[in-house]
Ligand binder design. Structure first.
Ligand code: CA
Length: 510
């Protein structure tokens, strides 16, 4: 990956046997599984093990050239101090604007653009989830067929809303997350709320007056927030609640159904990138291709968000140096420091991130994982930071601070306003969201072949020598425009695979 590296990974399917000799004379002294590291030269005990030109660990024993370098042979380096980091020191690469690329999207009154036309039903509290789900099933069966230009109906179910310390400072995170998800571009500005009545998160706290422009098109007067409250005296029996939800849903469905796609520039894409079930190929194939595509998107004037605090923590110096201003770098440090303290409160550190699957996939520790994860951000300057649950308010490459947890990261990127999600995986995950299309990119051909009806793109072709990073990046870019336009559905959409919204609630539960 870098001329300074003293290890490389075995790309071959099934790994390679001891005794295998390479063209340069290197002979394997161990059997090495696919994606795992081999020492390119002898490494003495205590010496730095380098991959991506970065120290991913220190050898705990002498390692022979050709030996398997697994996690038990590495001592993890300390996390980089957040003091004295390079701030906005990198001169951004010259990136020519990329014009002429478009997709077919739904323009919203607030200027954002949707890639799908979905009725979302906001819930203030988990208590109403069962009733809303019952109603949504009936909406889909009885109403949706009459509104053919509406793609779907989605209940924004979550576990928040009551039984929580709602005035705790950190409660602002789940509350603004829910608020901003309700305003995601794919919901066309139609906000409909189902509330129980007695919950802590009252509708006006979730969506205070002025949050959304509720102006009646004909009368030009502000209309009240559309809330169906289950405890209303008017509701006698369960069916009357369901009928209320159906009646209100139909009002929104009629408006959504009148919308049509129109040609918009690629700059209207708001792309959230993340990885899950990573392996040692992630940083070699899929993530570099995503990084190349990130640069294309930024050149086209679009917004790209990368996230996952614990997966960039070890590369923080790379990020602060790429910030457009010292203020942006400082905001990144603020998010890292907050997260360090959050983990410390739970008596762990960023090393709690890695999974058994990561290690089986050749990733020895979080440092190595982070170096592979961070390349999704490409080379563009980082022009802003989005705090957890906040809505992105500028274009370009943004750092959206989220946990690396796939479900929480996706949920927070939804709140930030993403209209397209790109997800890379090496071990394989059937991840999907009901709210936005999720394009899944496999890091290995073997995975793409076995999961042929779950993976949307095979970046393993890079390791196979069949495609370059640039070619895969362009292919992903085209696929994104097709998916955003609704011309192509992702596998997760075809099978209707959707994960739950999982809110990030660092505040206490009562
Ligand atoms: Ca993740």
């Amino acid at each position: 990956m870098d001329p300074r590296d003293n290890v490389a990974i075995v790309a071959n399917e099934g790994g390679l046997a001891a005794g295998t000799v390479f063209d340069d004379g290197l002979a394997l002294v161990d059997k090495i599984p696919q994606a795992h590291k081999v020492a390119l030269r002898p490494i003495a005990a205590g010496e730095a093990v380098q991959r991506y030109g970065v120290t991913i660990g220190y050898a705990v024993a002498d390692i022979r050239a050709g030996a398997w370098v697994h996690e038990r042979l590495l001592r993890m380096p300390e996390a980089r101090s957040l003091e004295g980091l390079p701030m906005a020191t990198v001169t951004p690469p010259t990136m020519a604007p990329l014009a002429g690329h478009t997709f077919e999207g739904f323009r919203n009154a607030d200027g954002s653009v949707g890639t799908r036309n979905i009725l979302a039903i906001t819930q203030t509290v988990q208590c109403v989830a069962g009733v809303t789900d019952f109603a949504v099933k009936r909406i889909k069966a009885e109403l949706l067929p009459r509104y053919p230009h509406v793609d779907d109906v989605v209940a924004l179910e979550h576990s928040y809303g009551c039984g929580v310390a709602i005035d705790a400072p950190d409660a602002v995170i789940p509350i603004r997350t829910l608020r901003n998800i309700s305003l995601n571009p794919n919901f066309g500005g139609e906000v409909m709320v189902v509330s129980l009545g007695c919950e802590k998160l009252q509708p006006e706290r979730l969506l205070p007056p002025g949050t959304i422009a509720l102006v009646d098109e004909r009368t030009k007067e502000e209309t009240p927030l559309d809330v169906v409250c289950l405890q209303d005296d008017a509701h006698v029996g369960f069916m009357s609640m369901v009928e209320s939800i159906l009646r209100q849903a139909e009002v929104h469905l009629a408006r959504l159904n009148a919308r049509r796609r129109e040609t918009v520039p690629a700059s209207e894409l708001v792309v959230g990138v993340q990885c899950g079930g990573s392996d040692a190929f992630s940083g070699v194939t899929a993530n570099p291709a995503v990084g190349f595509c990130t640069d294309l998107l930024v050149r086209a004037g679009a917004t790209v968000m990368f996230s996952e605090v614990t997966e960039v923590r070890d590369g923080i110096d790379q990020l602060t140096s790429r910030a457009t201003t010292p203020e942006v770098a400082q905001a990144m440090i603020r998010e890292m420091a907050w997260y360090d303290a959050y983990l410390d409160r739970g008596r762990v550190d960023r090393s709690a991130n890695t999974t058994p699957g990561n290690k089986k996939g050749g990733l020895s520790n979080i440092v190595e994982k982070a170096m592979g994860s961070i390349v999704k951000s490409g080379t563009a300057p980082i022009s802003g930071v989005v705090r957890p649950g906040e809505k992105a308010s500028q274009r370009g490459l943004l750092y959206a601070a989220t946990p690396a947890s796939d479900f929480i990261c996706g949920t927070l990127q939804l709140a930030a306003g993403m209209n397209l999600h790109v997800f890379t995986t090496g071990r394989g995950t059937p991840y999907g969201l009901a709210e936005v299309p999720v394009i899944k990119v496999a890091t290995r051909t073997e995975l793409a072949r076995r999961w042929h009806d779950l993976m949307d793109l095979n970046a393993g072709r890079i390791a196979d020598g069949e495609a370059t990073i640039e070619e895969m990046g362009w292919e992903l870019f085209q696929l994104m425009l097709d998916v955003a336009s609704g011309r192509q559905k992702t596998w997760a959409e075809r099978w209707k695979l959707a994960n739950a919204l999982v809110l990030f609630n660092p505040a206490p539960v009562t």
